[in-house]
Design a protein around this ligand. Sequence first.
Ligand code: NAD
Length: 272
Amino acid sequence: MFNDSLVFITGGGSGIGRALAHEAALRGAHVWVTDVDGVAAERVAAECVAAGGRADARRLDVTDAAAVARTIAEASAARGRLDYCFNNAGIGFAGEFRDSTLEQWQHVLQVNLVGVVNVAHAAYRQMVAQGGGHLVNTASLAGLIPTPGLSAYGTSKWAVVGLSHALRLEGEALGVRVTAVCPGFIESNIYARTIVAGLKADAMRTMAPFPIMPVEGLIPRVFDGIERNRALIVYPFYARALWWVWRLVPWATRWKGLAQVDKIRREYRTVA
Ligand SMILES: NC(=O)c1ccc[n+]([C@@H]2O[C@H](COP(=O)([O-])OP(=O)(O)OC[C@H]3O[C@@H](n4cnc5c(N)ncnc54)[C@H](O)[C@@H]3O)[C@@H](O)[C@H]2O)c1
């Protein structure tokens, strides 16, 4: 499915986006690696080429709607179409709601939600115009279940899941497929870069209540889910289990959430 396709990736300079770029290039796609860190995007594109693939790189900040529209138009024009768009760029933010500022909320929502809308808007319209395509939004397990201590991040990811469900229905008769990827904890640079409010600097990593999984396990699930045109790709096993429990017996997840709040306050909160 990916052979000779055009694959556009945001946040492709690191972690999940980088691994998606490698896999798409390996499958014969022409990959456009974009990232707000232009050097990282160039590096990943060079890795794809060194592995025998085809790749271009651009510096792209997803919060800049005009630049997003321009870059997606450029990529689409270069190949005549846009087959897959991995709407993946995102940032982490951890902290209790009472400790976070409105400026921090705006920053997280700007990147994780408005940025995703900017990319979806340009990519989806291109796909409608050409009569097909697949938009793959990276949400999170935090977009499927309650996430105490990650309220801003969780809010952005629930919104991305909602956007994906709506676009999937709107796009069906237009030939545009839409999938949301909802990973649990995946090894990447997000933990080191996460902004914290009132928490120890490494809290995002150390307070993770479930194992942080290698990215290599996620990628085949993503490509398999795309081929099967899944609405949601939820990985790993504990993410699927938690999501099911939350939907079937929401009260049963209450103790886990309250225990997490207690743990955060005892072990990670730095505010007196
Ligand atoms: N790692 C996890 O545990 C995990 C779990 C669930 C969801 N996610 C989501 O996966 C996506 C990728 O995260 P990751 O874990 O690979 O993190 P990462 O930090 O390794 O990579 C994220 C990339 O996004 C880029 N980026 C940040 N702000 C940007 C902007 N404004 N415009 C363009 N690029 C920008 C960064 O430069 C970085 O290269 C994010 O949306 C994240 O929320 C990650």
